[in-house]
Write a protein that binds this ligand. Structure first.
Ligand code: GTP
Length: 526
């Protein structure tokens, strides 16, 4: 495998591990994000349910408050009509206690009904008179009516009744003389208990509350009841003031000014009266189920993520190990291929000259011969033999002889100009140049250039009359052979014969094979 391709393959394989790691991370992120989204959605749904639930309760309780105050208001109108029948006659008014008792009995929300004159003295009441409430000129509702001429019903802040000792909500009307001057106050007191008894039946949780509020923000009663909260102004908190100052009903998350607890607050104004019912549910209580579910799911999802991360990482680790093993195998394969190539090269190469060896020459010659015979193309062969090489060895030693052969081989290599040209060591100091697509004349030119090139090496040789190393060469071309008897052996034999002729002719020359050339005879080394 080529190094660049191998590297590209390695990069691609390692990017698989990277992508797998990224995939596991993305899966984990997706699961975590999905759980977070689901959890936040569930929280929103829980908050919305709480809003609807508390809003519905506030609506129902506001309706109840309206019914109670409307009925009380009806009674006050009824009583004042009776009083006005006689033009606010004190004697007549003082005799109305039985009527007040009767009306009070019929209305379970009432703690009592009272009539006070312009000086605040009690003129009639539904309860047994007590010295403590003989004069109520100091009460806020009395002062209000004394100072305001309107005959509208007035609701005051809750207080403890001097007559019954119970927590009550005063609802009163001004009484006028026929000339419009202040004649006294007609008072109905509503039992705080009456509201709380109902509020207690609403299951909204331990840390949640229901408030009946007198606008702008005075607490009339609270469930769970705590005397300390009665009369407090919840609009001291700006956010609540703003909230209650808005539409007739609404919802918000608030930090309760009463107990510093975060709560979901729903409120509903009571129709026709300056009253508001608020239902607040502690955030902790509202979200308790959601929190528990989130913790359980969160633990399950965390476990799942842990398992995915652990298995994912282990899997990726194994992938990486496999990839590393693959890398090593590929590298080993590459090295093996390289070694095989080297071996192949060595199998075809002559160790001394690095020219093609005899075996390779035989293979190529055979193939080229058949190809040329088939196609009618030219094919030539030059056989080269070093002159007086025995003397060279004798004179300069075998190692010098080897070096000489190497230098000669370089000249042959130089002459391999075409892709098909092949220089080979034929054996000993004999070499061959195979020249496909080359005719006899062309081969003669190449052979001559080789001969001249070797002489030009100027390798001193005292045993050679020329004084330097020279070669003789015999050339034979395919077209010199007779058609039917053509063979590789003949081509070689005829080239060898031509070489023989060159030797006989005095060496350091090139001869071309001739038709009917005589068989080679031994040449003297002298
Ligand atoms: N140094 C060395 N000598 C070799 C090698 N192969 C063959 N020879 C020697 O080459 C010589 C060839 O000598 P001969 O065939 O008698 O002929 P020559 O001395 O070259 O004389 P002519 O060919 O007639 O010019 C022998 O002495 C071989 O030992 C080789 O690989 N290295």
């Amino acid at each position: 495998m080529r190094p660049i391709l191998a590297k590209a393959g390695r990069v691609a394989r390692h990017s698989v591990a990277r992508r797998a790691r990224l995939f596991v991370i993305l899966i984990c992120i997706a699961i975590a994000a999905g759980h977070t989204w689901q959890s936040l959605s569930a929280r929103l749904a829980q908050v919305e349910n709480t809003r609807i639930y508390s809003g519905n309760i506030a609506k129902a309780l506001a309706r109840h408050a309206y019914d109670v105050f409307q009925a009380t208001h009806g009674s006050l109108i009824n009583i004042s009509d009776r009083i006005y029948e006689t033009g606010v006659d004190p004697a007549h008014t003082r005799g109305m206690s039985p009527l007040l008792r009767q009306l009070s009995k019929e209305m379970p929300q009432l703690d009592g009904l009272y009539i006070y004159d312009a000086a605040g003295n009690r003129m009639a009441s539904s309860s047994t008179p007590r010295p403590a409430d003989a004069n109520n000129a100091d009460r806020a509702y009395f002062i209000y009516h004394r100072d305001h001429e309107d005959g509208e019903p007035h609701i005051s802040a809750s207080l403890v009744s001097r007559s019954t000792g119970s927590w009550i909500i005063p609802m009163s009307r001004r009484l006028n003389h026929p000339d419009g001057s202040f004649a006294g106050v007609l008072l109905a007191t509503l039992r705080v208990d009456h509201f709380n008894a109902l509020y207690q039946t609403v299951d909204i949780g331990k840390n949640s509350s229901i408030l009946l509020v007198l606008r702008p923000g005075t607490v009339l009663t609270r469930q769970p009841f705590e005397a300390g909260y009665i009369g407090r102004d919840i609009t001291a908190d700006a956010s609540i003031r703003q909230l209650l100052g808005g539409p007739a009903s609404g919802h918000a998350e608030i930090l309760s000014p009463l107990d510093d607890t975060y709560r979901y607050l729903s409120y509903q104004s009571v129709q026709a009266f300056p009253l508001v019912v608020t239902v607040t549910i502690a955030r902790d209580e509202a979200l308790a189920d959601w929190r528990q579910q989130t913790i359980v799911y969160g633990a399950a999802v965390s476990l799942l993520l842990l398992i995915i991360a652990m298995f994912g990482w282990r899997l990726i680790g194994q992938i990486e190990l496999r990839l590393a093993a693959e890398d090593r195998a590929l590298q080993a394969m590459g090295e093996l291929r390289q070694a095989n190539k080297q071996l192949e090269l060595l199998a075809h190469q002559d160790g001394l000259t690095t020219l093609a060896n005899r075996r390779h020459l035989d293979m190529v010659l055979d193939a080229e011969f058949r190809r040329a015979t088939r196609s009618g193309a030219a094919l030539s062969l030059v056989m080269i033999d070093v002159d007086f090489f025995k003397q060279y060895n004798d004179l300069y030693g075998h190692q010098a002889g080897d070096e000489c052969l190497r230098r000669i081989a370089l000249v042959l290599k130089e002459r391999q100009r075409r892709p098909g040209d092949l220089a080979a060591r034929y054996g000993g100091e004999e070499m061959v140049m195979l020249l496909p697509e080359t005719d006899a004349e062309g081969a003669m030119v190449v052979a001559e250039k080789i001969r001249a090139g070797i002489q030009a090496l100027d390798l001193g040789h005292r045993g050679n009359p020329v004084g330097v190393v020279t070669v003789s060469a015999g050339v034979c071309a395919l077209d010199l052979l007779e058609g039917a008897s053509r063979s590789v052996e003949e081509l070689l034999g005829r080239a060898d014969a031509a070489l023989y002729e060159a030797k006989r002719g005095g060496r350091n020359q090139v001869r071309m094979a001739q038709a009917g050339m005589p068989a080679p005879a031994p040449v003297s080394a002298d």
